[in-house]
Design a protein around this ligand. Structure first.
Ligand code: SF4
Ligand code: SF4
Length: 338
């Protein structure tokens, strides 16, 4: 079903009684707040925090005890996903679902979620999806896409799950008029041009799946950027594609233990330390901050395309927004490209 129209008021009325309404960041929000957010730039947080929580018990064990399998979450719609977030989910799916092992919490939440995306009606100053082979509008990976136009949305439904969600929520659409479709296309062109224009001077231009040639992680050229890094880890925590984790065990009581997964960060000096000697941990293989920063960028722009055919960066710009050292990833890559 393509080219339907749904008014803002109908969306607000239909969702008013929903018990489980999630914004792009996976937080429960008021309906009016969620609907207003659909006309704003992408949210500061991505849905990674809900699909792949930062702190998660993965099981308990002990004397004669093993924890029962986790219950599958109730189906929920994540409303307001942007094209960059759908691209990030494609990447996370590859990393967390398509290898030898699947991440169980991500798998169950991912499979339970109805993905309701929105074209970007405005861009944040740090957005650069068009520099990494993307666009500020969804072209696949969604169940339902809402394109904001005057008074409502042009609706595209891409899956049976999306159709079922619309029906269950009582969201009846009517055929969009030629004017509404033309307005959708005008907004799409204008936002695409705005993102292209704000990034023209960065020098970053890479096609989806292209592996960039950048200095290796031992090259002193990275020091120019690492000098401003305070090792806070915000860039990896906020990134919708970063998935590194750390496992530890803790005692819950006599003979009862819990294994916990937390997000880890390749930028931290503690990353990759391993138990291995009786007296100490094996140190990180990258003791220099500049080589850890280089590794983070190389992983996204050089290694990931070689390993899985996808860039590890979707151009959301969140790491630029969050960086305490004011390091601009666009500038780093643009300047270091030969
Ligand atoms: S590296 Fe930065 S711009 Fe790229 S996807 Fe991660 S947070 Fe977004
Ligand atoms: S957000 Fe900036 S300062 Fe913090 S670790 Fe990342 S690059 Fe360094």
């Amino acid at each position: 079903m393509t080219g339907q129209y749904l008014s803002r008021q109908k969306l607000a009325e239909a969702l008013a009684d929903e018990q489980c309404l999630w914004s792009a960041a996976g937080e429960q929000v008021e309906v009016c707040e969620m609907i207003a957010g659909l006309s704003e730039p992408r949210s500061p947080l991505s849905p990674k925090g809900w699909l792949y929580p930062s702190l998660q018990s993965v099981g308990q064990y002990g004397d004669g005890f093993t924890s029962p399998p986790a219950e599958a979450p109730a189906p929920r719609a994540i409303i307001g996903l942007r094209a960059c977030e759908l691209a990030a989910l494609k990447y996370l799916d590859k990393m967390l679902l398509e290898g030898q092992f699947q991440e169980p919490v991500y798998r169950s939440r991912r499979k339970s979620a109805v993905l309701v995306s929105t074209d970007c009606a405005a861009a944040a100053p740090t957005c650069f999806c068009t520099s990494v082979g993307g666009l500020p509008l969804a072209d696949d990976g969604y169940d339902v896409n809402l394109s904001p136009v005057e008074g409502g949305f042009v609706v595209d439904v891409a899956s049976d799950r999306g159709r079922a969600w619309l029906a269950a929520a009582g969201l009846e659409c009517i055929p969009a008029s030629a004017d509404q479709l033309a307005q959708r296309d005008r907004i799409r062109r204008a936002v695409t041009e705005a993102v292209e224009s704000q990034n023209r001077s960065t020098g970053l231009e890479v096609a989806q799946g292209q592996s960039l040639v950048l200095p290796d992680d031992g090259d002193p050229a990275w020091q120019r950027y690492a000098a401003d890094c305070v090792e806070c880890g915000a860039c990896t925590n906020i990134c919708p594609t970063c998935y590194c984790f750390y496992l530890y065990d803790q005692a819950l009581g006599p003979g009862l233990f819990e294994r916990v997964r937390t997000w880890d960060s390749c930028i931290l000096g503690t990353y990759h330390r391993m138990a291995g000697t009786t007296s100490n941990m094996k140190p990180t293989p990258r003791p220099r901050l500049r080589s850890r920063l280089a590794n983070r960028v190389l992983h996204k722009f050089t290694y990931a395309p070689q390993q899985c055919g996808l860039l590890g960066c979707v151009g959301c710009g969140r790491c630029i927004e969050a960086c305490l050292g004011a390091i601009d990833l666009r500038q780093v890559v643009g300047e270091l490209q030969p």
